[in-house]
Design a protein around this ligand. Structure first.
Ligand SMILES: *Cc1c(COP(=O)(O)O)cnc(C)c1O
Length: 379
């Protein structure tokens, strides 16, 4: 498969659009299927920011209730889930767009609003999908340096520099708050000040995949309260992280109803499946489970951060269910040694952070095992 085809009729690479030709697919980290085969239930998966507590039991029940209807197409509009989301966030159902994961929505935003000759602005060390979405459309990515190591929010988004990078060619700005893979965040006042600097013709996407896990006293800005004053601002959320439903692939966007209506034109028909619609609606109703899991996560995040720092590692502040830790020049060897012992973390070379590893905050038991194996490897 690795040999380049000699027959020009098989050269599909050169026939792809210019944006696609420059693209590399999203890198999910390790081959987890192979690792699961090798280690079985001993595999400790801390590489993909999944929720160790799982979804609400109500989500599972609601999903099972759909299994007799698998021969039917789902509700094409996802009206029930949209109504539930609208009630949760205090918006109109017409302001919500459902996606097969929020990854799909991030791609669709660039597809709808940017193209060749346009610019899309986002931060260095920003979520990997921003670059893929931008380049796929043929638009140019303007990547803004992250804040320096010694900043109050090391490697976080530099909102002033991002605003400075906006030009008449800018169509879209992607922000992630909190950001993956850094875990860093910015506050409400900073977002307000940023939005006053953004021309109304530029769409600002707030990827809030981890928003439900931020501490209430952490001042992690959410776009929701500012949607009414800034119709060019929107947010994306997901059921994959705090709700523990990564396997179902459901995300959503909240924004101006006019923006949603334009995006609906290219949404794939029935993009969210029936069992997923039912499960997410039920998960949304179980606020106690969400709160319980998020509190456990916050406790373990603090404990894990402290434990890693006690071992002399630099760990960035985080409001998510992962932490980014600096392992130095020996990172690749440490990572390999961890894999050999059945512990999966996420290497960060693709983000230009090859001396760091991203570690999902597991349950208390999982974190204990991680630290024990890490001590063995670092010794
Ligand atoms: C995990 C993640 C997403 C999305 O995930 P989906 O599973 O596609 O909903 C989006 N943005 C960030 C920053 C993430 O870390």
């Amino acid at each position: 498969m690795s040999v380049a085809p000699v027959d020009p009729s098989l050269d599909f690479e050169s026939r792809a659009t210019p944006g696609i030709r420059r693209l590399r697919p999203y890198d999910p980290g390790h081959d987890l299927v192979a690792l699961r085969q090798r280690f079985g239930t001993d595999l400790l998966e801390l590489g993909s920011n999944e929720n160790p507590y799982g979804p609400s039991p109500a989500a599972r029940d609601a999903m099972l209730g759909q299994l007799d209807a698998l021969h039917r197409y789902p509700d094409p509009l996802g009206a029930g889930l949209k109504r539930a989301l609208a009630a949760t966030h205090g918006v109109d159902p017409a302001q919500i767009l459902l996606g097969n994961g929020s990854h799909e929505l991030l791609m669709q935003l660039a597809q709808v609003f940017a193209g060749a000759g346009d610019e899309v602005v986002f931060s260095q060390h920003g979520f990997a999908v921003f670059a893929i979405a931008t380049r796929a459309t043929g638009a140019t990515a303007r990547i803004v340096d992250a804040l320096p190591r010694d900043a109050a929010m090391p490697l976080g988004h530099d909102l002033d520099a991002i605003a400075d990078a906006i030009t008449p060619a800018t169509r879209l700005v992607y922000l992630a708050n909190p950001n993956n893979p850094t875990g860093t965040w910015f506050g409400r006042v900073a977002l307000e000040a940023f939005m006053t600097r953004v021309p109304t013709g530029v769409i600002v996407v707030m990827d809030e995949a981890y928003a439900e896990m931020a501490d209430t006293d952490a001042d992690c800005a959410c776009a929701l309260p500012q949607l009414a004053t800034h119709p060019n601002l929107l947010l994306t959320r997901t059921f994959s992280k705090a709700y523990g439903l990564a396997g179902l692939r459901v995300g959503y966007l909240v924004g101006a109803s006019g923006l949603v209506a334009v995006m609906e034109r290219i949404r794939e028909s029935f993009n969210v499946n029936g069992p997923a619609l039912a499960a997410c609606e039920a998960a949304l109703g179980d606020t106690a489970h969400l709160q319980w899991a998020s509190e456990r996560n916050a406790e373990q995040r603090t404990a894990l951060t402290d434990a890693l720092r006690a071992r002399g590692l630099a760990v960035l502040p985080s409001q998510t269910n992962f932490v980014l830790a600096e392992f130095g020049p020996g990172t690749a060897g440490i990572e390999t040694a961890l894999i050999e012992r059945g512990v999966v973390l996420r290497p960060m070379g693709g983000y230009g952070l090859s001396e760091w590893l991203r570690i999902t905050v597991g349950s208390a038991d999982e974190n204990r095992r991680l630290l024990a194996v890490l001590d063995e490897v670092l010794a």
